[in-house]
Design a protein around this ligand. Structure first.
Ligand code: BES
Ligand code: MN
Ligand code: ZN
Length: 512
């Protein structure tokens, strides 16, 4: 879909979109269309439930007096309450609607709206961002799809006075889109195509943006003693990988490398670290999952997908900060060589783990990746993302991600960033009593905590690998990584939840 910005007009073929505020308040362009069509807009509104509330759309087909195939009224609600996010959603909804009816070209007249602080150029840019985010579709494996099933909308043009300025603003905020799409791409891929080594290959596109990439294979990880991560991958024919992506945007001189991890180029200031669970397929291992729905476990690398997309977004917009993204990539398979329930593994920081359930593998992958992040970079803070527990779906459903943290300020910043971009997170507790639930009879800890509080005990497990004084947050994204239905700016499928949230967190808190 091509997005363009041009001078004001109401003379177009295709669909003409005009905005309406709450209580049927027509924008200047909506009033002009009403006039040109002999009052068709007013009559259509009178004959419907459309009042201009946000989220409402009203279609007027082939109105007399205009060349347009249809006029679409887009409700924006109360101007005083209008947010950037509302505008993004309106843009997404618009694209959903136009593709639904098979339209190929649309023009939207964006007028300044009385009562809002958001200028028309920013309104256009936000609507355009939402439109772009909704235009994603993963259809590379559809070889004989009928034309009328494909996305139809090819051109979307924004008409307003300061078109150039709107375009500049759009380009600035749309830098994140390629990262979101990259993330959706890798998460959508099936596990026969996307496995640890092919995930790493996908990351090569970041090198052109100036991201430094280091990959550790099983040999290197074995040297570092990463027995927890390697234990998960040992039943797979695919080699486990640790992918390290460094973005050096602070402009400060690179510092000394630290620790036995010794990544080749350490950042100049203590970097921000983002760590993702990359289980490219999770069968459960010997504690095998039931067959029904197991195909969903191709997206058990959603955390790693988010970290990959985030690094793309930060590098694309040349974020003025040093950031390291780390993905622990494995495949969890049952096999003659797979780890068994009851096995004891030793993590890189020397702690021993009794593997009670081989399906609680994400924490085993993350603990060694978290160790590597701290050992190598002594980061300013760490956020990890993981499709970690089914229990988080029981707690929060598919609307919000679970947030666990040892730092109140970081938690609040994450919650605020999530709210701003429409990727909300909800904090759950950590505590000593929960921590005791993962004590083991024969090792330092076990990898499951019992029937209750499953997302919390998983987070407690991770916290045992966080050094004293390092601000850390864990996002359990098992409920939000995949959507079963179309949402305004997120088509059904891989959501890339977290890319925009963390891009926003970095921009708001660490680039000042
Ligand atoms: N990848 C799953 C969690 C998951 C479930 C993600 C549903 C997305 C949707 C994870 O590895 C897992 O299997 N967790 C177990 C932990 C249990 C064995 C303690 C679970 O949640 O059942
Ligand atoms: Mn599992
Ligand atoms: Zn898993």
């Amino acid at each position: 879909m091509r997005i363009a910005f041009a001078a004001p007009t109401v003379k177009t073929s295709g669909t003409l979109v005009v905005t309406v505020g709450d209580e049927k308040r027509l924008s200047a362009s909506a009033a002009a269309v009403d006039e040109a069509t002999g009052g068709a807009v007013g009559r259509a509104i009178a004959g419907s439930r459309f009042t201009g509330k946000k989220g409402q759309l009203l279609e007027i087909l082939a109105p007399a007096g205009l060349d347009s195939a249809r006029v679409l009224l887009l409700g924006l609600g109360k101007p005083a309450e209008l947010t950037e996010l509302d505008l993004e959603k309106a843009g997404g909804q618009l694209v959903g609607q136009l593709n639904g009816v098979g339209e190929t070209a649309a023009s939207i007249a964006v007028d300044a709206l009385e009562g809002t602080a958001i200028p028309a150029t920013e309104m256009a840019a936000r609507i355009a961002l939402g439109a772009r985010l909704r235009s994603y579709r993963f259809d590379k494996y559809k070889t004989k799809e009928a034309a009328d099933k494909k996305l139809s909308l090819a051109n979307l043009t924004f008409h307003l006075k300061e078109a150039k300025k709107a375009q500049k603003q759009f380009e600035a905020i749309a830098a994140v889109v390629a990262g979101v799409f990259l993330s959706r791409d890798v998460v959508s891929e099936p596990a026969n195509i996307l496995y640890p080594e092919s995930f790493v290959e996908r990351a090569a596109v970041l090198e052109k943006l100036g991201v430094k990439i280091t990959v550790l294979g099983e040999k290197e990880m074995k040297k570092l003693g990463m027995g927890a991560l390697l234990g998960v991958g040992q039943g797979s024919r695919r080699e486990s990988q640790l992918l390290v992506m460094e973005w050096h945007g602070s402009g400060k001189k690179p510092a000394e490398k630290k620790g036995k991890g010794k990544a080749k180029a350490a950042a100049g200031e203590a970097p921000l670290c983002f760590v993702g669970k990359g289980v490219c397929f999770d069968t459960g291992g010997i504690s095998i999952k039931p067959a029904g729905g197991m195909e969903d476990m191709k997206w058990d690398m959603g955390g790693a997908g988010t970290v990959l997309g985030l690094m793309h977004a930060l590098a694309s917009r040349k974020a003025k900060v040093d950031v390291v993204g780390i993905c622990g990539l494995v495949e969890n398979m049952p096999d003659g060589n797979a780890q068994r329930p009851g096995d004891v593994v030793t993590s890189a920081n020397g702690q021993t783990i009794e593997v009670i359930n081989t399906d609680a593998e994400g924490r085993l992958v993350l603990c060694d990746a978290l160790w590597y992040a701290q050992e190598t970079y002594r980061p300013r803070m760490i956020v990890d993302l993981a499709t970690l527990t089914g229990a988080i779906l029981v707690s929060l459903g598919k609307e919000q991600a679970g947030l666990f943290s040892n730092d109140d300020a970081l938690s609040e910043q994450l919650a605020a960033a999530g709210k701003a971009v429409g990727e909300p997170v909800w904090r759950l507790p950590l505590g000593e009593e929960y921590d005791r639930m993962i004590d083991s009879d024969i090792a330092d800890m076990k990898n499951v905590g019992g029937r209750y509080g499953g997302s919390i005990t998983a987070a407690q497990f991770l916290q045992r690998f966080i050094n004293e004084g390092t601000p850390w947050a864990h996002l359990d994204i098992a409920g939000v990584t995949w959507s079963d239905k179309d949402k305004p700016t997120v088509p059904k499928g891989a959501t890339a939840f977290g890319v925009r949230l963390l891009d926003r967190l970095v921009a708001d808190q660490y680039e000042k």
